[in-house]
Ligand binder design. Structure first.
Ligand code: UDX
Length: 442
């Protein structure tokens, strides 16, 4: 089955009872969107902290607009929270698996949460229930889930999620496309109906292709960023300017501007693990994905390159105070998983620097965080810059653009900045007395 079409603005699907398993960056927006479409949603989360926060009316993650979406669902009594997936799936028409698939030691996705959840819920699913996999999973996982559930009256559908952290609500409410992969046409159309009329194209396909589409999307975007980071390095070598170069590229409609911002490397919960997993999938099936491996290597180099810029600015990292602005993997999220900023901070600490960080999402809870061990957490960007030899801007929080940079220069030991997101205006920084290093421009 391989069809693709843009759905007509369909009448809203009849109300269904839906369980979403896993209250994370995918599960909570999924639950919110389904509730906003009139469905009765149970969100199952077994982690005590996450569950208790949800029960108190809070969110366990930072995501713009999500609190409002969940509050609406709660006020309309369309969202409820339970600890146990077994309890959550009772009498449900649909169950969404939104559990983590972290990277295993060999680069492959660790499917233990997916498997565990499937085994657990199998005997408790209502006859005819459709189980939908939203977690990013290797080819063949729909079969693995079906086997773990072990019932012929249950269909498994792959429906990968493409939302970005920071814009998860808008991405979920207005998807570019909805991919539904199943060998059961009836189940596929029931799932497609849940999302009908949302405006995105509907791609109906088999589960293997649906699973591969998710990896292909993330691998393509990561490769695009690695390409621009490599071009930035070349710009530095030949004396070209990456900002103008991207303008010259992006106006070509075949290329576009999206995902062409150079930075300290790509990170987050998806790109690093999904690119590694796709290389691994290729190897397992006899294909050496050297293009993607190149993009991964380039990303490792980018983290080294930014660290080297900071070292060059500082002269010697040993004993130097380095102010770091931003530690999340990108702005508008509190997520530090596989954050290039954290990788750089760790390298600075290892080199003997005294690192003072500021990030608007850090709180008291982070004082004991392992990834920030040996680092001083400050409560504002001026404090982070105090007595520093260099400030490294690593996450593109807009607030850093609008700071009083003259005041920043006064509190530093010497005004020097490595702007790893090209967020600041080099001329203005130089006017304030800063030595300035961006990415791919002077
Ligand atoms: C990504 C995919 O975009 C999303 O479709 C998928 O469902 C999950 O993975 P996310 O991890 O939230 O989403 O972040 P994204 O906005 O894609 O950024 C990923 C990384 O690339 C970040 O570290 C970001 O800073 C970096 N990036 C992004 C750049 O360095 N330059 C860019 O131009 C864009």
């Amino acid at each position: 089955m391989s069809r693709s079409h843009t759905p007509r603005r369909a009448a809203r699907a009849p109300q269904s009872k839906i369980c979403v398993i896993g209250a994370g960056y995918v599960g909570i927006p999924t639950a919110g969107v389904l509730a906003s479409r009139g469905h009765d949603v149970v969100l199952a989360e077994r982690d005590d902290y996450r569950f208790e926060e949800l029960e108190k009316g809070n969110l366990p993650i930072v995501e713009p607009g999500l609190q409002e979406l969940i509050d609406e669902g709660r006020i309309a009594e369309r969202i409820h929270f339970v600890r146990s997936a077994v309890e959550g799936v009772q009498d449900c028409d649909f169950v969404f698996l939104c559990v983590p698939t972290p990277q295993g030691d060999d680069g492959a996705a660790d499917l233990s949460y997916v498997k565990e959840a499937s085994l657990e819920i199998g005997p408790h699913l209502a006859p005819g229930c459709v189980v939908i996999n939203k977690s990013t999973v290797p080819v063949g996982t729909a079969d693995l889930v079906a086997r773990a559930i072990g019932r012929t009256d249950i269909s498994v559908v792959s429906n990968p999620e493409f939302l970005r952290e920071g814009t998860a609500v808008a991405d979920s409410l207005h998807p570019d496309r909805i991919v539904v992969g199943s060998n059961d046409a009836h189940a596929a159309s029931a799932v497609a109906e849940l999302f009908a009329g949302m405006g995105g194209a509907m791609v109906l396909t088999d589960p293997t292709t649906a699973e591969t589409i998710k990896y292909a999307s993330n691998a393509f975007l990561a490769t695009k960023i690695s390409f621009v980071n490599a071009m930035a390095a070349l710009c530095e070598a030949v004396g070209a300017d990456i900002k103008d170069l991207v303008l010259g590229l992006g106006f070509d409609k075949r290329i576009g501007f999206e995902f062409l911002s150079p930075g300290p490397g790509w990170g987050g919960s998806c790109f690093p693990k999904d690119t590694a997993a796709l290389v691994h999938i290729g190897k397992e099936h006899g294909y050496e994905f050297s293009l993607l491996q190149g993009a991964i290597d380039c990303n490792v180099e980018q983290i080294e390159r930014v660290t080297a810029k900071i070292a060059t600015m500082a002269g010697d990292l040993k004993g130097a105070t380095i102010g770091v602005w931003g530690v999340t993997f990108k702005a508008e999220t509190d997520d530090r998983r596989s954050s290039p900023a954290i990788a750089i901070v760790r390298k600075l600490v290892d080199a003997g620097a005294r690192v003072r960080v500021y990030d608007p999402t850090l709180s008291e809870r982070d004082r004991d965080a392992e990834d920030l061990a040996g680092v001083e957490i400050t409560s504002d960007p001026f404090e982070a810059a105090r007595d520093a030899k260099v400030v490294a801007l690593l996450t593109e929080w807009q607030m850093f653009r609008w700071l009083d940079h003259a005041q920043v220069s006064e509190v530093m030991e010497v005004p020097a900045i490595v702007d790893a997101r090209n967020l600041l205006d080099p001329d203005s920084m130089k006017r304030h007395g800063f030595r300035y290093m961006g990415i791919g421009r002077s």
